[in-house]
Design a protein around this ligand. Structure first.
Ligand code: ATP
Ligand code: MG
Length: 451
Protein backbone atom coordinates (compact mmCIF):
# COMPACT_ATOMS: atom_id res chain seq x y z
CA UNK A 1 0.00 0.00 0.00
CA UNK A 2 1.22 3.49 -0.83
CA UNK A 3 2.14 5.47 2.30
CA UNK A 4 1.24 9.15 2.25
CA UNK A 5 2.03 11.96 4.70
CA UNK A 6 0.22 15.29 4.89
CA UNK A 7 2.04 18.11 6.68
CA UNK A 8 -0.17 21.13 7.27
CA UNK A 9 -1.01 23.19 10.33
CA UNK A 10 -4.48 24.09 9.06
CA UNK A 11 -6.90 21.61 10.61
CA UNK A 12 -9.49 21.92 7.85
CA UNK A 13 -6.99 21.32 5.06
CA UNK A 14 -5.49 18.36 6.89
CA UNK A 15 -8.75 16.60 7.51
CA UNK A 16 -10.00 17.17 3.98
CA UNK A 17 -6.83 15.71 2.51
CA UNK A 18 -6.93 12.79 4.89
CA UNK A 19 -10.49 11.92 3.93
CA UNK A 20 -9.82 12.19 0.23
CA UNK A 21 -6.60 10.21 0.30
CA UNK A 22 -8.18 7.39 2.34
CA UNK A 23 -11.00 7.30 -0.17
CA UNK A 24 -8.41 6.87 -2.93
CA UNK A 25 -6.99 3.89 -1.07
CA UNK A 26 -3.82 5.35 0.43
CA UNK A 27 -2.47 4.81 3.92
CA UNK A 28 -2.40 8.32 5.39
CA UNK A 29 -0.58 9.93 8.32
CA UNK A 30 -1.01 13.63 9.07
CA UNK A 31 1.32 16.07 10.83
CA UNK A 32 0.77 19.61 12.13
CA UNK A 33 4.41 20.58 11.79
CA UNK A 34 7.58 19.72 9.91
CA UNK A 35 9.79 18.36 12.67
CA UNK A 36 7.51 15.56 13.93
CA UNK A 37 7.12 14.50 10.30
CA UNK A 38 10.89 14.41 9.77
CA UNK A 39 11.30 12.31 12.91
CA UNK A 40 8.69 9.85 11.71
CA UNK A 41 10.20 9.73 8.23
CA UNK A 42 13.52 8.66 9.70
CA UNK A 43 11.77 5.54 11.05
CA UNK A 44 9.89 4.61 7.86
CA UNK A 45 9.97 6.59 4.64
CA UNK A 46 6.78 7.69 2.84
CA UNK A 47 6.02 7.20 -0.84
CA UNK A 48 4.24 10.52 -1.24
CA UNK A 49 4.21 13.66 0.93
CA UNK A 50 2.11 16.80 0.81
CA UNK A 51 4.13 19.65 2.29
CA UNK A 52 2.55 22.99 3.07
CA UNK A 53 4.85 25.94 2.42
CA UNK A 54 3.97 27.69 5.67
CA UNK A 55 4.67 25.45 8.61
CA UNK A 56 4.95 26.69 12.20
CA UNK A 57 8.39 25.26 12.93
CA UNK A 58 10.37 24.95 9.71
CA UNK A 59 10.13 26.21 6.11
CA UNK A 60 8.18 23.93 3.76
CA UNK A 61 10.95 24.16 1.14
CA UNK A 62 13.48 23.00 3.71
CA UNK A 63 11.33 19.99 4.56
CA UNK A 64 11.16 19.24 0.85
CA UNK A 65 14.91 19.37 0.54
CA UNK A 66 15.44 17.09 3.53
CA UNK A 67 12.89 14.60 2.20
CA UNK A 68 14.53 14.49 -1.22
CA UNK A 69 18.01 14.19 0.27
CA UNK A 70 17.06 11.32 2.52
CA UNK A 71 14.77 9.44 0.12
CA UNK A 72 15.11 10.50 -3.51
CA UNK A 73 12.27 8.17 -4.45
CA UNK A 74 9.68 9.89 -2.27
CA UNK A 75 7.38 12.07 -4.34
CA UNK A 76 6.54 15.47 -2.89
CA UNK A 77 3.67 17.83 -3.63
CA UNK A 78 3.89 21.38 -2.33
CA UNK A 79 0.74 23.17 -1.18
CA UNK A 80 0.05 26.74 -0.15
CA UNK A 81 0.37 30.20 -1.64
CA UNK A 82 3.49 30.50 -3.72
CA UNK A 83 5.09 32.98 -6.05
CA UNK A 84 6.32 31.73 -9.40
CA UNK A 85 9.88 31.84 -8.05
CA UNK A 86 8.96 29.59 -5.15
CA UNK A 87 7.28 27.10 -7.49
CA UNK A 88 10.31 27.05 -9.73
CA UNK A 89 12.56 26.56 -6.75
CA UNK A 90 10.36 23.76 -5.42
CA UNK A 91 10.52 22.06 -8.81
CA UNK A 92 14.30 22.38 -8.85
CA UNK A 93 14.39 20.81 -5.40
CA UNK A 94 12.51 17.87 -6.83
CA UNK A 95 8.83 18.56 -6.06
CA UNK A 96 6.49 16.60 -8.25
CA UNK A 97 3.80 19.24 -8.31
CA UNK A 98 2.45 22.37 -6.67
CA UNK A 99 -1.15 22.83 -5.56
CA UNK A 100 -2.35 26.38 -4.87
CA UNK A 101 -4.49 26.85 -1.77
CA UNK A 102 -7.39 26.56 -1.31
CA UNK A 103 -6.80 23.21 -2.99
CA UNK A 104 -9.56 22.11 -5.30
CA UNK A 105 -10.91 18.60 -4.78
CA UNK A 106 -10.57 17.74 -8.52
CA UNK A 107 -7.00 18.99 -8.67
CA UNK A 108 -5.99 16.94 -5.66
CA UNK A 109 -7.58 13.81 -7.09
CA UNK A 110 -5.89 14.35 -10.44
CA UNK A 111 -2.55 14.90 -8.75
CA UNK A 112 -2.68 11.93 -6.41
CA UNK A 113 -3.65 9.66 -9.30
CA UNK A 114 -0.71 10.88 -11.34
CA UNK A 115 1.56 10.49 -8.34
CA UNK A 116 0.29 6.96 -7.86
CA UNK A 117 1.00 6.14 -11.53
CA UNK A 118 4.48 7.53 -11.11
CA UNK A 119 5.21 5.63 -7.91
CA UNK A 120 3.89 2.38 -9.35
CA UNK A 121 5.75 2.77 -12.64
CA UNK A 122 9.06 3.19 -10.81
CA UNK A 123 9.10 -0.49 -9.94
CA UNK A 124 8.33 -1.42 -13.53
CA UNK A 125 10.98 0.97 -14.82
CA UNK A 126 13.63 -1.05 -13.12
CA UNK A 127 12.86 -3.99 -15.38
CA UNK A 128 15.63 -4.27 -17.97
CA UNK A 129 13.26 -4.64 -20.96
CA UNK A 130 12.09 -1.09 -20.29
CA UNK A 131 15.58 0.27 -20.69
CA UNK A 132 15.43 0.87 -24.44
CA UNK A 133 12.32 3.00 -23.92
CA UNK A 134 14.31 5.44 -21.83
CA UNK A 135 15.78 6.87 -25.06
CA UNK A 136 12.29 8.15 -25.94
CA UNK A 137 10.59 10.76 -23.79
CA UNK A 138 7.33 10.46 -25.71
CA UNK A 139 6.77 8.23 -28.73
CA UNK A 140 9.10 9.48 -31.47
CA UNK A 141 11.04 11.95 -29.30
CA UNK A 142 14.48 10.33 -29.21
CA UNK A 143 17.49 11.29 -27.11
CA UNK A 144 20.24 9.12 -25.64
CA UNK A 145 22.89 11.76 -24.92
CA UNK A 146 23.39 13.14 -21.44
CA UNK A 147 22.29 16.56 -22.70
CA UNK A 148 18.98 15.22 -24.01
CA UNK A 149 18.40 12.98 -21.01
CA UNK A 150 18.78 16.05 -18.78
CA UNK A 151 16.27 17.89 -20.96
CA UNK A 152 13.86 14.95 -20.76
CA UNK A 153 14.11 15.05 -16.96
CA UNK A 154 13.46 18.80 -16.95
CA UNK A 155 10.45 18.43 -19.27
CA UNK A 156 8.96 15.69 -17.10
CA UNK A 157 9.21 17.93 -14.07
CA UNK A 158 7.91 21.12 -15.56
CA UNK A 159 5.06 19.33 -17.35
CA UNK A 160 3.42 19.18 -13.94
CA UNK A 161 3.86 22.85 -13.10
CA UNK A 162 1.66 25.25 -15.00
CA UNK A 163 4.32 27.84 -15.78
CA UNK A 164 5.25 29.56 -19.03
CA UNK A 165 8.14 27.98 -20.89
CA UNK A 166 10.50 29.47 -23.47
CA UNK A 167 12.31 27.10 -25.84
CA UNK A 168 15.31 28.69 -27.53
CA UNK A 169 17.20 26.58 -30.06
CA UNK A 170 18.47 26.35 -33.62
CA UNK A 171 16.22 25.23 -36.42
CA UNK A 172 15.42 21.52 -36.61
CA UNK A 173 16.49 20.68 -33.05
CA UNK A 174 13.02 19.54 -31.96
CA UNK A 175 11.43 22.64 -30.40
CA UNK A 176 7.99 21.65 -31.51
CA UNK A 177 8.47 18.07 -30.33
CA UNK A 178 9.58 19.35 -26.93
CA UNK A 179 6.54 21.61 -26.65
CA UNK A 180 4.23 18.72 -27.51
CA UNK A 181 5.96 16.50 -24.99
CA UNK A 182 5.37 19.08 -22.25
CA UNK A 183 1.69 19.10 -23.14
CA UNK A 184 1.37 15.34 -23.44
CA UNK A 185 3.00 14.70 -20.10
CA UNK A 186 0.98 17.39 -18.33
CA UNK A 187 -2.44 17.09 -16.68
CA UNK A 188 -3.67 19.16 -19.67
CA UNK A 189 -3.01 16.36 -22.15
CA UNK A 190 -6.70 15.61 -22.80
CA UNK A 191 -7.36 19.23 -23.78
CA UNK A 192 -6.23 20.96 -26.98
CA UNK A 193 -2.65 21.62 -28.04
CA UNK A 194 -2.84 24.70 -30.24
CA UNK A 195 -0.03 25.81 -32.52
CA UNK A 196 0.40 29.37 -33.70
CA UNK A 197 3.22 30.72 -35.83
CA UNK A 198 3.84 34.37 -35.00
CA UNK A 199 6.00 34.98 -38.07
CA UNK A 200 4.80 36.60 -41.26
CA UNK A 201 1.57 38.18 -40.00
CA UNK A 202 0.73 41.78 -39.34
CA UNK A 203 -0.60 42.94 -35.99
CA UNK A 204 -4.23 42.99 -37.05
CA UNK A 205 -4.18 39.40 -38.23
CA UNK A 206 -2.32 38.12 -35.18
CA UNK A 207 -4.81 39.87 -32.91
CA UNK A 208 -7.80 38.40 -34.61
CA UNK A 209 -6.25 34.91 -34.74
CA UNK A 210 -5.08 34.86 -31.14
CA UNK A 211 -7.77 36.89 -29.41
CA UNK A 212 -10.75 36.36 -31.76
CA UNK A 213 -13.17 39.11 -32.70
CA UNK A 214 -16.77 40.18 -32.25
CA UNK A 215 -19.15 40.39 -35.17
CA UNK A 216 -18.64 43.55 -37.24
CA UNK A 217 -15.57 44.63 -35.26
CA UNK A 218 -13.76 45.44 -38.52
CA UNK A 219 -14.52 45.35 -42.22
CA UNK A 220 -14.81 41.74 -43.20
CA UNK A 221 -15.56 40.43 -39.70
CA UNK A 222 -18.92 39.00 -40.70
CA UNK A 223 -19.35 36.74 -37.70
CA UNK A 224 -17.95 36.35 -34.22
CA UNK A 225 -14.72 34.37 -34.07
CA UNK A 226 -13.20 32.62 -31.09
CA UNK A 227 -9.45 33.22 -30.84
CA UNK A 228 -6.84 30.50 -30.53
CA UNK A 229 -6.09 31.35 -26.90
CA UNK A 230 -9.72 30.93 -25.95
CA UNK A 231 -10.13 27.77 -28.02
CA UNK A 232 -7.23 26.11 -26.18
CA UNK A 233 -9.14 26.23 -22.87
CA UNK A 234 -7.59 23.81 -20.40
CA UNK A 235 -4.79 23.02 -22.85
CA UNK A 236 -1.51 24.40 -24.14
CA UNK A 237 -0.65 27.04 -26.74
CA UNK A 238 2.65 26.99 -28.59
CA UNK A 239 3.60 30.44 -29.84
CA UNK A 240 6.23 29.51 -32.40
CA UNK A 241 8.76 31.98 -33.80
CA UNK A 242 7.90 34.39 -31.00
CA UNK A 243 10.93 36.46 -31.98
CA UNK A 244 9.14 37.45 -35.19
CA UNK A 245 6.16 38.99 -33.40
CA UNK A 246 5.82 42.73 -34.15
CA UNK A 247 6.66 44.97 -31.19
CA UNK A 248 3.20 46.55 -31.18
CA UNK A 249 1.75 43.07 -30.72
CA UNK A 250 4.18 42.07 -27.99
CA UNK A 251 2.71 44.59 -25.55
CA UNK A 252 -0.77 43.20 -26.13
CA UNK A 253 0.42 39.67 -25.53
CA UNK A 254 2.22 40.77 -22.38
CA UNK A 255 -1.00 42.27 -21.13
CA UNK A 256 -2.93 39.05 -21.77
CA UNK A 257 -0.29 36.99 -19.98
CA UNK A 258 -0.30 39.32 -17.00
CA UNK A 259 -4.04 39.49 -16.63
CA UNK A 260 -4.71 35.91 -17.71
CA UNK A 261 -7.66 37.40 -19.54
CA UNK A 262 -8.35 38.09 -23.17
CA UNK A 263 -10.55 40.63 -24.89
CA UNK A 264 -11.85 39.70 -28.35
CA UNK A 265 -11.21 42.43 -30.94
CA UNK A 266 -14.18 44.79 -30.72
CA UNK A 267 -15.31 43.11 -27.50
CA UNK A 268 -15.89 44.66 -24.10
CA UNK A 269 -16.08 41.66 -21.78
CA UNK A 270 -12.75 40.12 -20.79
CA UNK A 271 -12.70 36.33 -20.88
CA UNK A 272 -10.68 34.33 -18.34
CA UNK A 273 -7.94 32.24 -19.86
CA UNK A 274 -6.89 28.80 -18.71
CA UNK A 275 -3.96 27.92 -20.95
CA UNK A 276 -0.31 27.11 -20.57
CA UNK A 277 1.87 29.19 -22.85
CA UNK A 278 4.98 27.76 -24.45
CA UNK A 279 6.96 30.07 -26.70
CA UNK A 280 9.66 28.94 -29.12
CA UNK A 281 12.26 30.74 -31.16
CA UNK A 282 15.42 30.08 -33.12
CA UNK A 283 16.57 33.64 -32.58
CA UNK A 284 18.71 34.78 -29.73
CA UNK A 285 16.09 36.84 -27.90
CA UNK A 286 18.62 38.50 -25.61
CA UNK A 287 20.23 39.94 -28.72
CA UNK A 288 16.83 41.01 -30.08
CA UNK A 289 16.21 42.79 -26.77
CA UNK A 290 19.48 44.68 -27.12
CA UNK A 291 18.52 45.68 -30.64
CA UNK A 292 15.15 46.92 -29.44
CA UNK A 293 13.24 44.27 -31.36
CA UNK A 294 11.91 42.33 -28.42
CA UNK A 295 10.41 43.55 -25.14
CA UNK A 296 12.43 42.58 -22.11
CA UNK A 297 9.36 42.38 -19.85
CA UNK A 298 7.70 39.93 -22.25
CA UNK A 299 10.91 37.88 -22.36
CA UNK A 300 10.91 37.43 -18.59
CA UNK A 301 7.20 36.71 -18.53
CA UNK A 302 7.64 33.91 -21.07
CA UNK A 303 10.93 32.58 -19.77
CA UNK A 304 9.83 31.32 -16.35
CA UNK A 305 11.62 28.14 -17.28
CA UNK A 306 13.93 28.11 -20.31
CA UNK A 307 14.87 25.11 -22.40
CA UNK A 308 17.86 25.22 -24.73
CA UNK A 309 17.97 22.26 -27.08
CA UNK A 310 21.53 21.46 -28.12
CA UNK A 311 22.60 21.31 -31.77
CA UNK A 312 22.85 17.81 -33.17
CA UNK A 313 26.60 18.14 -33.69
CA UNK A 314 27.01 18.74 -29.96
CA UNK A 315 25.47 15.36 -29.18
CA UNK A 316 26.71 12.80 -31.73
CA UNK A 317 25.62 9.96 -29.41
CA UNK A 318 22.07 10.75 -30.49
CA UNK A 319 22.82 10.11 -34.16
CA UNK A 320 22.67 6.26 -34.10
CA UNK A 321 19.36 6.00 -32.16
CA UNK A 322 17.87 8.75 -34.32
CA UNK A 323 18.92 6.90 -37.47
CA UNK A 324 17.26 3.68 -36.33
CA UNK A 325 14.15 5.61 -35.34
CA UNK A 326 13.93 7.25 -38.78
CA UNK A 327 14.68 3.99 -40.62
CA UNK A 328 11.70 2.37 -38.86
CA UNK A 329 9.52 5.38 -39.52
CA UNK A 330 10.25 5.52 -43.26
CA UNK A 331 10.23 1.74 -43.71
CA UNK A 332 6.59 1.82 -42.80
CA UNK A 333 5.74 4.84 -44.95
CA UNK A 334 7.56 3.52 -48.04
CA UNK A 335 6.93 -0.20 -47.48
CA UNK A 336 10.69 -0.89 -47.33
CA UNK A 337 12.58 -3.41 -45.25
CA UNK A 338 15.80 -1.59 -44.35
CA UNK A 339 17.35 -3.06 -41.20
CA UNK A 340 20.84 -1.60 -40.91
CA UNK A 341 23.16 1.17 -41.92
CA UNK A 342 26.65 0.24 -43.09
CA UNK A 343 29.52 1.24 -40.76
CA UNK A 344 30.96 3.47 -43.50
CA UNK A 345 27.68 5.33 -44.00
CA UNK A 346 27.26 5.72 -40.25
CA UNK A 347 30.79 7.03 -39.94
CA UNK A 348 30.14 9.62 -42.60
CA UNK A 349 27.02 10.80 -40.79
CA UNK A 350 28.80 10.84 -37.42
CA UNK A 351 31.44 13.18 -38.83
CA UNK A 352 28.98 15.60 -40.39
CA UNK A 353 28.13 18.95 -38.79
CA UNK A 354 24.36 18.99 -39.50
CA UNK A 355 23.60 22.69 -39.87
CA UNK A 356 19.93 21.69 -40.25
CA UNK A 357 20.13 19.52 -37.11
CA UNK A 358 17.75 16.59 -36.63
CA UNK A 359 15.48 17.70 -39.46
CA UNK A 360 18.41 17.40 -41.86
CA UNK A 361 19.30 13.94 -40.59
CA UNK A 362 15.66 12.94 -40.94
CA UNK A 363 15.61 14.15 -44.57
CA UNK A 364 18.80 12.27 -45.38
CA UNK A 365 17.42 9.02 -43.96
CA UNK A 366 14.06 9.56 -45.61
CA UNK A 367 15.69 9.92 -49.02
CA UNK A 368 18.03 7.01 -48.43
CA UNK A 369 15.26 4.65 -47.31
CA UNK A 370 13.13 5.70 -50.28
CA UNK A 371 15.95 4.82 -52.68
CA UNK A 372 17.42 1.79 -50.87
CA UNK A 373 17.33 -1.58 -52.62
CA UNK A 374 18.53 -3.99 -49.98
CA UNK A 375 18.28 -4.21 -46.22
CA UNK A 376 21.31 -2.00 -45.52
CA UNK A 377 21.80 1.71 -46.16
CA UNK A 378 25.10 2.19 -47.93
CA UNK A 379 27.15 5.29 -48.58
CA UNK A 380 25.79 5.27 -52.14
CA UNK A 381 22.26 5.63 -50.77
CA UNK A 382 23.11 8.91 -49.05
CA UNK A 383 22.53 11.67 -51.54
CA UNK A 384 25.37 12.77 -53.80
CA UNK A 385 25.23 16.31 -52.47
CA UNK A 386 25.59 15.06 -48.93
CA UNK A 387 28.48 12.72 -49.75
CA UNK A 388 30.27 15.64 -51.35
CA UNK A 389 29.77 17.88 -48.31
CA UNK A 390 30.97 15.41 -45.76
CA UNK A 391 33.19 13.11 -47.74
CA UNK A 392 35.97 15.63 -48.34
CA UNK A 393 39.17 15.95 -46.42
CA UNK A 394 38.88 18.07 -43.24
CA UNK A 395 41.70 20.23 -44.58
CA UNK A 396 39.96 20.74 -47.90
CA UNK A 397 37.05 22.87 -49.02
CA UNK A 398 34.32 21.58 -46.71
CA UNK A 399 33.84 23.12 -43.31
CA UNK A 400 33.68 20.81 -40.31
CA UNK A 401 32.88 21.33 -36.69
CA UNK A 402 35.79 21.17 -34.30
CA UNK A 403 34.35 17.98 -32.84
CA UNK A 404 34.20 16.30 -36.23
CA UNK A 405 37.85 17.13 -36.82
CA UNK A 406 38.76 15.90 -33.34
CA UNK A 407 36.90 12.66 -33.97
CA UNK A 408 38.61 12.12 -37.32
CA UNK A 409 42.01 12.78 -35.85
CA UNK A 410 41.54 10.51 -32.83
CA UNK A 411 40.35 7.80 -35.19
CA UNK A 412 43.38 8.19 -37.41
CA UNK A 413 45.76 7.93 -34.45
CA UNK A 414 43.90 4.90 -33.10
CA UNK A 415 44.12 3.15 -36.45
CA UNK A 416 47.84 3.90 -36.83
CA UNK A 417 48.50 2.56 -33.34
CA UNK A 418 46.30 -0.50 -33.86
CA UNK A 419 44.02 0.77 -31.11
CA UNK A 420 46.81 0.81 -28.55
CA UNK A 421 45.31 3.33 -26.14
CA UNK A 422 48.51 3.87 -24.19
CA UNK A 423 50.40 4.81 -27.32
CA UNK A 424 47.52 6.78 -28.77
CA UNK A 425 47.09 8.90 -25.63
CA UNK A 426 50.83 9.50 -25.60
CA UNK A 427 50.77 10.76 -29.20
CA UNK A 428 47.65 12.87 -28.58
CA UNK A 429 49.11 14.17 -25.31
CA UNK A 430 45.91 13.54 -23.37
CA UNK A 431 45.35 11.29 -20.34
CA UNK A 432 44.17 7.78 -21.14
CA UNK A 433 40.88 8.36 -19.31
CA UNK A 434 40.19 11.41 -21.50
CA UNK A 435 40.94 9.37 -24.59
CA UNK A 436 38.57 6.66 -23.41
CA UNK A 437 35.84 9.23 -22.75
CA UNK A 438 36.26 10.77 -26.18
CA UNK A 439 36.27 7.35 -27.85
CA UNK A 440 32.95 6.58 -26.20
CA UNK A 441 31.56 10.00 -27.06
CA UNK A 442 32.46 9.67 -30.74
CA UNK A 443 31.39 6.04 -31.03
CA UNK A 444 35.01 4.92 -31.61
CA UNK A 445 34.94 2.42 -28.77
CA UNK A 446 32.36 0.38 -30.70
CA UNK A 447 34.57 0.34 -33.76
CA UNK A 448 37.26 -1.17 -31.59
CA UNK A 449 34.90 -3.84 -30.20
CA UNK A 450 34.05 -4.96 -33.68
CA UNK A 451 37.69 -5.57 -34.49
N1 ATP B 1 14.89 14.25 -30.67
C1 ATP B 1 14.19 13.97 -31.79
N2 ATP B 1 13.72 12.73 -31.99
C2 ATP B 1 13.02 12.43 -33.12
N3 ATP B 1 12.76 13.31 -34.08
C3 ATP B 1 13.22 14.56 -33.93
C4 ATP B 1 13.95 14.95 -32.78
N4 ATP B 1 14.25 16.26 -32.89
C5 ATP B 1 13.73 16.67 -34.07
N5 ATP B 1 13.10 15.67 -34.70
C6 ATP B 1 12.43 15.72 -36.01
O1 ATP B 1 13.05 16.75 -36.76
C7 ATP B 1 12.07 17.57 -37.40
C8 ATP B 1 12.19 18.98 -36.87
O2 ATP B 1 11.74 19.02 -35.53
P1 ATP B 1 10.91 20.27 -34.96
O3 ATP B 1 9.90 20.71 -35.96
O4 ATP B 1 10.42 19.93 -33.60
O5 ATP B 1 12.12 21.30 -34.89
P2 ATP B 1 12.11 22.86 -34.58
O6 ATP B 1 13.19 23.08 -33.59
O7 ATP B 1 10.72 23.29 -34.23
O8 ATP B 1 12.56 23.46 -35.98
P3 ATP B 1 12.26 24.92 -36.61
O9 ATP B 1 12.96 25.92 -35.78
O10 ATP B 1 12.83 24.82 -37.98
O11 ATP B 1 10.77 25.07 -36.60
C9 ATP B 1 10.72 16.95 -37.11
O12 ATP B 1 10.33 16.12 -38.18
C10 ATP B 1 10.96 16.12 -35.87
O13 ATP B 1 10.11 15.02 -35.82
MG1 MG C 1 9.41 24.51 -35.20
Amino acid sequence: MIRVAVIDNEDAARSMMERLLRQEGFQVTTFRAGKPFLASMRQTPFDLVFIDLELPDIEGLEVLQLVKQAHGKTEAIITGKASVDTVVEATRKGAFHYLAKPCRWDDIILMVRRAREKIESKDENRRPDRETDSTCLTPGFVGASKAMQDIFALIKKLALVNCNVLIEAETGTGKQLAARAIHELSPRRDNPFVYFNCGGFNEELICSELFGHEKGSFTGAAGMKIGLLESAAGGTVLLDEIGEMPLSMQIKLLHVLQERQVLRVGGTKPIDLDVRIIAATNRNLKQSIRRGLFREDLYYRLNVVGIQLPRLRERPEDIPPLISHFIKKFNSSFGKKVRHISPQALELLMAYSFPGNVRELENIIQRSVALADGDTLEIEDLSAKFQETVGGDPGGESLFSLEAVERQHIKKVLQKTAYNKKLASHILKIPRTTLWRKMKKYGLAETEDKK
